[in-house]
Design a protein around this ligand. Sequence first.
Ligand code: FES
Ligand code: MG
Length: 601
Amino acid sequence: MPSRDHTPGQHAPAESGRKMRSRAWFDNPDNADMTALYLERYLNYGFTREELQSGKPIIGIAQTGSDLSPCNRHHLVLAERLRDGIRTAGGIPIEFPVHPIQETGKRPTASLDRNLAYLGLVEVLYGYPLDGVILTIGCDKTTPACLMAAATVNLPAIAFSVGPMLNGWYKGERTGSGTIVWKARQLLAAGEIDYQGFIELVASSAPSTGYCNTMGTATTMNSLAEALGMQLPGSAAIPAPYRERQQMAYETGKRIVEMVREDLKPSDILTKKAFRNAIRVNSAIGGSTNAPIHINAIAKHMGVEVTVQEWQDLGRDIPLLVNLQPAGEYLGEDYHHAGGVPAVVKQLMNEGLIDEDALTVNGKTIGENCRNATIEDDKVIKTFKNPMVDKAGFVVLKGNIFDSAIMKISVISEEFRQRYLSDPKDKDAFVGTAIVFDGPEDYHHRIDDPAMKIDAQSVLVIRGVGPVGYPGAAEVVNMRPPAYLIKQGISSLPCIGDGRQSGTSGSPSILNAAPEAAVGGGLAILKTGDKIRVDLNTGEVNMLVEPAELQARRDALKKAGGYPFPEHQTPWQEIQRGIVDQLNEGMVLKPAVKYQRIAQS
Ligand code: FES
Ligand code: MG
């Protein structure tokens, strides 16, 4: 070794006395051979022995940004400030890539890769000399993938959002990413804009670096990562290009080093209380229907029991406080200026709806963090007493079509209720006629065909799009009506499916139906023309088909070898299909759940 290297331990600061996990690699006198081997390659990077053997915490920066992941790409820039913070606090940063997940770019669907990125990150956190990790989150699936891995490994971990994009504008109006696509499609279908206008309108919604500026799955999951206590307070909503984002990076870098010294781990933070808080905050922000899938997955890997039913029990009656598109008018910058997550949490605290003693990454409780939070713009964040919508959470539905599905009832309009009313005295029971599609290709092929006879009483059903049928579960349940109905002023029909729905869509859909058709769920035997009754009072959704006929259809399905799904296109599709759970179970990899807290000493 070069003589200018310091003797191990010579500069060991007055650390907390805790032996760093990374010393098993870099400073292990009992295994000098391996220590030398480990050291020489990381010295080759340019580190000195003083850095690696002094007992300083080695902090991983799990980098989700790349040229393939534009939503998170700004993390490549922000990582410099994360490093500065880590160094300032006496830690050593080591940045490494996470398997890219780009919501809009990955075929067949980005959610196929959530579990793959999770697996990869678990291996890295377990197998390399890291004492703690910063999880760079942002685009939809990057947040759950990172938090799931942190839960499994249970190393000290802190999440850091890339931040939302700036607000989008078009002709003086806010255009929200994702949400504008649904509107632009309708305008295109109605002939009001052409292809060129369509592209321009959609592109206007994404004016800067960052994650989607609407209350889609990204804003939802970043907000919930803060509500869970895994981000510094006030961090989630700071827009990506703002200076505060850079400053928050620095603070996050400093804080993870302290967390390692304090041995503050995900298991201390991701408790049942934290999950209860996240479920309630999700209703108050108008969070995405993808949230139950991801939050339940994080809980499963943490070993905390959270069921879909709890989303109804805890979340249904919470009012909508955040006026963001698609449910409202505003966008990410406005959300930040209005006070972001702490302002929302404070409103719930006032009503006793937050478990205030849930610990967060800064070492304080969520109650301490949010006690003095205020609403800075009550057009954007409403008070609990004067909300956007009274009951903004999900209802959990069941019946002979599925055992479990969810619906956001707050998006059902009065006009819509009138159209489907089956009983004038009962405004929560609807009957419609099923129009069944087998996957998105079938839907696109046939939706505008007049022979389908789709009318204002139709219910659009899509199947074969769950975790197994369309590997990863496609975001296709929100289906637009045929163009001829849109021209008549019918902008939405009820939709049912075993897939997911984009968080940026405001359609009244019954989604995440489990079990899916591909594993023998009731959707597999539904036929076009069947009547479907939805009763939001009892939470039941049934196809009105005689029991004998249902049995005959089940027998026929069995004889045919079950509901078919397309061939695997990649090795991962085949592997995941063999071991993935259903959407109500968080779509986790079943064999992975038993590995818990694997980095604990
Ligand atoms: Fe990445 Fe919306 S597509 S955040
Ligand atoms: Mg999405």
